[in-house]
Design a protein around this ligand. Structure first.
Ligand SMILES: [Zn+2]
Length: 535
């Protein structure tokens, strides 16, 4: 998702960790023993009463047999029945967590199924997509316009699920029943539509692993257009669903979608979900990276709601929501965090992808200016990595500081083709997987041939910005060191002295370099660091 200024910091900085946070954010014993295989989520949506009713068939494989299984569903929704092999099960509810007592003996390696019935009036989204739930709106023709958004708050806000990111379901069928004059667009491909007279059921199938928060319903009086894109893995269907009133605007604005695909396949490798196609779907909120079904509500204008986040002018060259949310197909949907504390894996790379889009079409310096321009938004308030095991993301700095961190890393590596190979390599190495920060760090270190642990520790786990402290002694000797950083910080940095470009390898101890002409030192501005001259 995209950052709502100030909100993340204020909401997450001073809260108290509760038992509910642990039940939601950790791999509890009742989650650990089984592996998700398949969901068939079937839900009917009633716009007039703003309620829903449905079933979720959960297929899982037993890894380490146990007899209690956790599924989450948030109030005020209720589970009305849960069955295994046709037999009704009893369960205990603790907040959103439901602990089912399984009667059938669970055997290692076996596949088992649960059928869960549920319903009620789901939480209404207050400020979607940031404070999520269901949005019930109407378009200008008076037709219902409905969607979920639940990153952060959790998909269990509207359906019963294993609401933890570590275990992705391998495939998903989502069947959504809506009044006959509306259409549902969900993830993956439309298999069929059942006509029941007053209602219709849309069956969407996702053939790839999908993260929980990406599962979505978008319901409206949609019109459809499409194109076939010739991509790295062959033809890719790109489908667009927009409100009837916006068709002409969308046909123009969505020209950014194939441009996005061209740039990101270049930088990150093939689009990760050819089997499921790519869709842009209009939504009654700003936007979200729903896998293979990116939702769009940026008002058919360039920039972020018409403004340039970088202040450089480059941010007006593209539709922020099309580029940013689609960038998440690689970093969020293909490579997914195992814990929301590592949300930078989604947001830092995707923030950085905006500059790579610019670079692809307007040249390297355009992208660099954009990245530098976003620095004004960095807070350095809290570390980028959040708290593990309790559903807590880190600072909103995961966006702009994260993007600047990655751009700095590119400067360290000093080889643009290698850098691109690393970005593509990440998407290959961790294809359709959930990962931890350490896995990402180690992969980049190995590929770059540099021990980047101090670098990542500094930028992801601290708030201070390294300062290059220096002075020239009378014989033109340069004295320099890193300060305002962890003791092991040893990042190389490119500087200009006079008209000479040199690479320094500072540590936190003073070092010196002789034989220089000039007394003025400038840092390559693409390194996100500070500079302090001592006298
Ligand atoms: Zn995002």
């Amino acid at each position: 998702m995209s950052l709502f200024f100030g909100l993340l910091s204020s909401v997450f900085s001073q809260d108290v960790i509760t038992r509910a946070d642990t039940l939601r954010g950790s791999i509890t014993p009742e989650r650990a023993w089984w592996d998700l295989n398949y969901y068939h989520l079937s839900v009917e949506v009633f716009p007039e009463s703003q309620s829903i009713k449905g079933t979720n068939l959960v297929r899982y494989q037993v890894k380490n047999p146990a007899q209690t299984l956790q599924i989450d569903l948030q109030e005020p929704l209720t589970i009305t029945s849960v069955k295994q092999d046709g037999l009704e099960l009893s369960f205990r509810r603790e907040g959103a967590a439901h602990f089912f007592s399984l009667q059938k003996e669970q055997k290692q390696g076996e596949f088992e199924e649960l059928e869960i019935q549920y319903g009620g009036k789901p939480k209404i989204a207050v400020r979607p997509p940031w404070d999520g739930g269901i949005t019930w709106q109407k378009d200008s023709n008076g037709k219902h316009f409905i969607a979920n958004s639940n990153q952060g708050i959790g998909s269990s806000i509207w359906w019963p699920t294993k609401d933890h990111p570590a275990d992705e379901v391998d495939s998903l069928l989502i069947s959504v029943t809506v009044p006959k004059d509306l259409m549902d667009v969900s993830n993956g491909r439309l298999r069929k539509v059942d006509d029941h007279g007053e209602t219709k059921t849309y069956h969407w199938f996702v053939a790839n692993p999908i993260n929980d928060y990406g599962v979505n319903i978008s319901i409206g009086d949609y019109v459809h257009f499409s194109e076939e894109y010739q991509g790295e893995k062959g033809p890719l269907t790109m489908d667009y669903y927009v409100l009837r009133e916006n068709l002409e605007k969308a046909k123009k604005q969505f020209e950014d979608a194939p441009r996005m695909m061209k740039a990101f396949e270049h930088w990150f490798g093939p689009y990760p979900f050819y089997e499921d196609g790519f869709k842009l779907v209009e939504a009654p909120y700003l936007g979200m990276e729903h896998q293979s079904s990116v939702t769009y509500g940026n008002g058919y204008q360039n920039g972020y709601r018409g403004t340039d986040l970088s202040g450089t002018g480059w941010g007006m060259k593209f539709d922020f929501i099309i580029i940013h949310e689609s960038g998440h197909e690689w970093f969020a949907n293909n490579i997914t965090y195992r814990d929301v504390a590592d949300m930078w894996i989604h947001e830092s790379f995707t923030n950085y992808s905006e500059s790579l889009f610019l670079e692809y079409f307007y040249g390297k310096e355009a992208g660099q200016e954009y990245v530098r321009g976003t620095r004004a938004r960095i807070q350095n308030d809290r570390p980028i990595i959040g708290t593990y095991g309790v559903n807590r993301r880190g600072s909103g700095d995961m966006y702009y500081k994260g993007g600047n961190m990655l751009n700095t890393l590119r400067g360290i590596i000093q080889d643009d083709e290698k850098w691109r190979a690393i970005l593509r390599g990440l998407n290959q190495e961790f294809y359709h997987q959930t990962v931890s920060t350490r896995q990402v760090e180690n992969f980049i270190s190995q590929q770059a041939g540099i021990d980047l642990k101090p670098f990542f520790d500094q930028y992801l786990r601290e708030t201070s910005i390294p300062t290059l402290e220096y002075y020239f002694s009378k014989d033109n000797t340069l004295h320099y060191r890193w300060m305002n950083c962890i003791p092991s910080f040893d990042m190389p940095v490119d500087v200009m002295i006079g008209d000479k470009k040199i690479r320094l390898h500072p540590s936190t101890d003073w070092q010196e370099q002789t034989g220089l002409k000039g007394q003025v030192l400038e840092i390559n501005p693409n390194f996100y660091v500070s500079l302090l001259r001592m006298n």
